[in-house]
Design a protein around this ligand. Sequence first.
Ligand code: TRP
Ligand code: SF4
Length: 323
Amino acid sequence: MKRVFSGTRPTGKLHLGNYLGAIQNYVKLQDEYECVYCIVDWHALTTLTDTKDLQNNIFEMALDWLAAGIDPQKSIVFVQSQVPEVTELHLLLSMVTPLSWLLRVPTFKEKAKQNPDNINYGLVGYPVLQTADIVLYKAEVVPIGEDQLPHLELAREIVRRFNSLLGPTFPEPIAKLTSFPKVVGLDGKDKMSKSLNNHLEISATPEEITAKFKTAVTDPARVYRKDPGHPKLCNIYRFQEYFNPTLVADIAEKCSTAQIGCVDCKALVSREIIKYLEPFRQRRAELAARPDYIQDVLADGAKRARVIAKETLAEAKQRMGMV
Ligand code: TRP
Ligand code: SF4
């Protein structure tokens, strides 16, 4: 069975965009591959200045994953820093990675522009650590969003360089794009993201979901109830398409003839989303009541990951004359 590896930075609770985009994909892949899913806390440190929430975020992420259906019997679920072998491999890989490759990575350039006063060494090496994550498990397939493609391309270049300089050691990982189209945020402008605060957490309560939708942006041309709307230009309508497939045609018709108002339309979609997320919310609450179980799952995951990690690291060290 081929191996899958993917990592997520523990920056808070999952939102609907992460869930429909990445996590559902993680869950499905478990049947076809041997999956290794990692909560990458060291990567989170590259941009975090305030780390007081880090441990809690790790716990919340583990809850979200397990509640969404990532099965620790099938997959290895662990926290990056609990398998320290990755740092040693990171160092070894850094010796074969030209700095010029790292300085031209788009995510690095962007972050450096946003935070010119905090261009730390760790940030430059971020993609090398990501490469170490993947190749430590000799993973062949990496499910990621489009924004991560440059990192994966770099990982492939580092692998090619290592293999050609020191002998064939690591497989070249292939990206597997998450197929769900981008989920638009509740502001109707950008991709759903926590940093833009236009997101809906999938653990939100029914009341929170209703409230979030009440203030969400709709067709900007529809100012008064009597104005006809343009469903194709409306953010809420995209949610209707996904969550309300049986009513969506009717809604489009009634919106463009001003027979339904946005308040009612939003109520229809939030009701469906509440129903859709209910089983998830229940499972999550059950798991949240068992913090020891969550810690056991992560400890067991780290133990299983470490067996593979030790073996690969020994091989890489041997290649580099470190034995
Ligand atoms: N950089 C990824 C992100 O921000 C997270 C990540 C770290 C990752 N290591 C990885 C993704 C390895 C895939 C494989 O989303
Ligand atoms: Fe959007 Fe619905 Fe309002 Fe039409 S009625 S503009 S689809 S929220």
